[in-house]
Design a protein. Sequence first.
Length: 387
Amino acid sequence: MLADDVYDALDARLAPVDAELLRRYRGEWFIRQPVHTVYVPADRFREGLPAEYGRAALAAVAEHGPLPFAEDVTARVLGKLEREPIEDLRIDFEDGYGIRADEEEDAAARTAAATLSAGGAPGLVGLRCKSLEAATRRRAVRTLDVFLDALGPPPEGFVITLPKVSAVEQARAMVDLCVDLENAHGLSEGALRFEIQIETPPAVIGADGAATVAKMVHAAHGRCTGLHYGTYDYSASMGIAAEYQSMEHPAADFAKAVMQVAAAGTGVRLSDGSTNIVPVGDTTSVRSAWDLHARLVRRSLERGFYQGWDLHPAQLPTRFGATYTFFRQAAPAAVDRLARYRDRRSSGVVDEPATAWALQRFLLRGLDCGALDPSDVGVDRSSLVSR
């Protein structure tokens, strides 16, 4: 038999490794993740905008419906569009806003901040500044500074979206910038967090052959909340012809697979990108765009991307419809498998503890987005956040 000092020596040897793994891979958060982020150019952000999007989405359904979903799902979608048409909103000072005179962007930043402080946004909101690349760096910092000066303490869950991140040093610089902004505006330590947009090939695989995005996550020291895939900037950087730039291109799947591995276990959330085929025009065109969007949303969900971008009010019906269908179709089997695992009943599937945990998270997501009711799950929410 081994002596006790062998056990003790092994514990002592691996204790630093245990601590480092726990620090870097802290696991998932138990707070709601939005199913989408809606990007709105900063000069179009105004009080009541979420309700406007909801009305526009409902009008599109009334004019061009029916939606391509079951009746019970459609009823849930219509209720969602009345109640909470936008789950997460990003006030955009980057591509959606463009390059403006400094005075104009300063004014837009102050106006947007005043609108936000007056309660003009959904529960989850943030700002996308320009990138920290040389050409736009000073303007990006200036916009954040002016916005926070006019806003005061940001609402809970406020996040900064940092686009076109290509190097680990940019993520480190963003951490330091957050600290400087907190100090300058009297904010509490850690009040500012950011998402990293993966829109360039060096963000995925660097010149050293390593996965840059994985290094970025850990260089952010807990301030990075999400990784968002940028469909069109990334595709264009890869030399893909405009006609074939898509969320489902093999180049996109590769980049997102690397993102997924980099984020796994860290608490950093993933978001897929957008489709620029929007539901406008005659009924045939709208329904075609709805079918495409619903299929792409479903595809992302099946691959473990529970959030995506929406660019137009008429995309909201298919965002919620595809999401609700996904959870409602799979929920009965998930509930049964989880119950059998907990009761230690035999079945045709031998589930590991990790799979049981994945089943709990799946049902939790379904509850949080409104696809499922407690009666569909059979347990209360608190029982789904414990192992």
